[in-house]
Design a protein around this ligand. Structure first.
Ligand code: 3H9
Length: 680
């Protein structure tokens, strides 16, 4: 299939790239583009050339599926070198998003014309890579070191207006991109970025390194990008390109990039569900009802307001609903203060908010999400009321974190319209949305939920019903091991530091203190005896009894002075007493054991979830844990990490833990055992 087409319009050559879906720079594309350029260079009748793309976007970069395979000639750097030698003015006409290698291709052109809605960026860091086709050497030459540092280490694209300001593009096209690019080409000169000097200093790189140290902790790529950018200043262009290429090749074969690429495809695969496709009908969601004005309800409401939908937020009293309105306004105000949105955007969103105290006010909603107290009877009561007032065809959702949604659906006369939409706190920030289908949720409702997730910019994953669904069921196992480790002799600091060093954003006990220890204690109080390990959560119960519920009370697993946390000596005493009461002997715990107990508990539960078909695939589980709880992306999620460790090793260690600590929890999942055998 041909993917590059050349058309001569008077004396200008128009090269159209047409490689759906996103014009990735595959081997075929590179070869055909290289041939087209050679032909145009040799054609004396042609005075200039324009490169434009068909479909929804300019090139979205190198073909990620080709990474890890032997490189085929011409490689992207070969093509860039050829473009650098091109003797006639070469213009990139950019629409959609020119990303990674796509943007690098545009930087090899002599000029860039951008559609008014186009964006350009170098998002390679998100794949554990650096730009490998000259981006780290050309961009600083074009826009200066400081701005290149920002763009390359953040991976964030910029819009046409900003690109014009920075000098990336010379013209913004508001009407017909191709016509504008052709008319620009007529008077254009040959201007190679490689010939420019970098405006910047080594000191800027060092300062930037300190600036990104926290947010890039554990990642390799952002720091490799700094090295390459430093080289752009210190080395001649040709040597800088070689330096960049070496770094790029090292990263491509690193476990980090493999893991981050795995997550890139996993995130997209999670939206593909058997039985649901483009032909599945979806429902229009313009008006959303939210029940409950707590932190969760308000965060949920903000998602829809920010996406331009009208929201009716229901609370039980005028005071409560006014307080919820205030909370939402405050969150928006802080977004304005941080420069994330404009005053006008805040106002538009808030104007769409309707505060109500009467269920009848939800009768027009296309979707109603309840975020009330986590109690099955309370939620069932809410569902009964909604069944009476919701309009026909409305979707009714619960934001429960743990409870049985089948039971909620059973109290209604419209079981196929019921599902779980599980947001993570803070709901307006955290990217994951667990879509929980009951035994009866219709495909139309599931497809609508996926569409909705896209509209509110969440990453959706489908889960079946079980206690805690995918995310919290796994997290409970990690929490169990963390709790048992305290009784067995580890300290709070030791467990937290180990998991922080593993790459988690914070340790389990810091997280519990932030969320409030009482929430879990209350939830467990309703569980049947024997369904969880009472020993593991015994310290939690004692702390709550004493009123030490975490950060909000100044004491929990840590003591707090403001936000600063300190060792809480009380925990050691409680742990010793509890260990004695439960007959658990205490000893020093190694970092290795702490890490493995927590992570292998996650992995084993992940396999059980897969075995029970609660999750549709292992990669869905990785997306959940990386996006809900910050499992380090450079480790790819617990299931990918298990493969990295070796499934046989994982099973052997779980069996050793079973011998040491009993097989109540340490029984390896049969699917895990099967997969481990297959991998031998
Ligand atoms: C790079 O360029 C390295 C160079 O510096 C040096 C090399 C030597 N390759 O996201 P969507 C697929 S690294 C292969 O759902 P959207 C994607 O998997 C690259 N496939 O659409 C999906 O497939 P499927 C730097 C790719 O409209 C389909 O296209 N570039 C690639 O929501 C549609 O994707 C990037 O990191 C690719 N490069 O968003 C950009 N990109 O239908 C990565 C996409 O089978 N891409 N696919 O599931 C994106 O950010 C988004 O896809 C984009 C469109 C914004 C372009």
């Amino acid at each position: 299939m041909t993917v590059v087409f050349t058309d001569i319009k008077n004396d200008i050559a128009v090269i159209t790239i047409d490689n759906p879906p996103v014009n990735a720079l595959s081997h075929a594309l590179r070869s055909e583009l290289s041939n087209a350029l050679e032909g145009i260079n040799n054609n004396t009748k042609i005075i200039a050339a324009v490169i434009i793309c068909a479909g929804r976007t300019f090139c979205a970069g190198a073909d990620i599926k080709e990474f890890g395979k032997p490189p085929l000639s011409p490689t992207l750097p070969d093509l860039m070198e050829q473009m650098d030698e091109f003797e006639k003015p070469l213009i990139a006409a950019i629409h959609g998003t020119a990303l990674g290698g796509g943007f690098e291709l545009a930087l090899c052109c002599h000029h860039r014309v951008m559609d008014v809605n186009a964006k350009v960026g170098l998002p390679e860091v998100n794949l554990g890579l650096i730009p490998g086709a000259g981006g780290t050497q050309r961009l600083p030459r074009l826009i200066g070191l400081a701005r290149a540092l920002q763009m390359i280490t953040s991976g964030k694209p910029i819009n046409a207006e900003k690109a014009k300001k920075l000098g990336i593009s010379e013209k913004v096209s508001e009407h017909n991109l191709l016509e504008d690019a052709i008319s620009f080409a007529k008077g254009a000169d040959v201007r190679r970025i490689r010939d420019l000097k970098v405006d910047g200093s080594t000191e800027e790189v060092e300062n930037f390194q300190n600036k990104i140290a926290r947010r890039s902790r554990g990642f390799l790529a952002p720091f490799a990008a700094l090295d390459a950018l430093k080289a752009s200043m210190e080395l001649p262009f040709e040597e800088g390109i070689v330096f960049e290429r070496e770094k790029f090749m090292e990263l491509v074969s690193s476990s980090h990039s493999k893991a981050q690429r795995h997550l890139f495809f996993a995130e997209r695969a999670a939206t593909k569900v058997d039985g649901i496709d483009k032909t599945t009908p979806t429902r229009k969601i313009n008006h959303v009802g939210v029940i409950g004005g707590g932190i969760m309800g308000c965060g949920i409401a903000i998602n829809f307001l920010s996406a331009g939908m009208a929201v009716s937020l229901l609370e039980i009293s005028n005071e409560a609903v006014a307080a919820a309105g205030e909370k939402i306004r405050n969150i928006y105000q802080s977004m304005v203060n941080k420069g994330r949105i404009s005053e006008e955007q805040m106002q538009t969103a808030i104007n769409q908010l309707n505060l109500i105290t009467d269920y009848d006010g939800l009768s027009n909603s296309d979707l109603i999400i309840e975020a009330v107290f986590e109690d099955l009877n309370v939620k069932k009561e809410v569902f009964r009321k909604l069944d009476n007032i919701a309009k026909e065809g409305a979707i009714i959702a619960t934001n429960t974190s743990f409870l049985d949604i089948n039971e909620m659906a059973n109290v209604t006369t419209r079981k196929s319209d019921i599902l779980g939409l599980h947001f993570f706190s803070p709901a307006h920030i955290m990217p994951l949305l667990e879509i929980v289908k009951t035994d009866d949720t219709s495909n139309e409702v599931i497809a609508t939920a996926f569409q909705l997730a896209k509209n509110i910019r969440k990453t959706p994953v489908l889960s079946g019903v079980c206690y805690g669904f995918i995310a919290n069921r796994m997290s409970s196992c990690y929490g169990r091991e963390a709790g048992l480790l305290l009784l067995e002799g580890a300290t709070v600091e030791q467990v937290d530091q180990t998991m922080f060093d593993f790459g988690m954003p914070m340790g389990m006990f810091t997280m519990l203190d932030m969320a409030g220890i009482d929430i879990g204690v209350m939830a467990r109080a309703k569980l049947p005896n024997g369904s969880y390990d009472e020993r593991a959560f015994s310290i939690h119960a004692v702390l709550v009894e004493k009123g030490h519920k975490g950060q909000k009370t100044g004491a929990g697993f840590y003591l707090y002075e403001g936000k600063e946390k300190k060792h809480n000596p009380e925990i050691d005493k409680i742990a010793e007493k509890m260990a004695h009461d439960f007959g658990i002997s205490r000893c020093r715990k190694t970092t290795k054991e702490i890490e493995e107990r927590c992570i292998l508990a996650l992995i084993n539960e992940g396999y059980k979830i897969l075995e029970e078909e609660i999750a549709l695939s292992a990669s869905d589980i990785d997306v959940v844990y990386a996006f809900a709880f910050g499992f380090p992306r450079y480790k790819g999620g617990p299931m990918h990490y298990a493969e990295h460790l070796g499934l046989k090793y994982v099973v052997d260690r779980i069996n050793e833990f079973a011998v040491q600590y009993g097989d109540r929890w340490w029984k390896p999942s049969s699917l895990l055992v099967k997969r481990a055998k297959e991998s031998e």
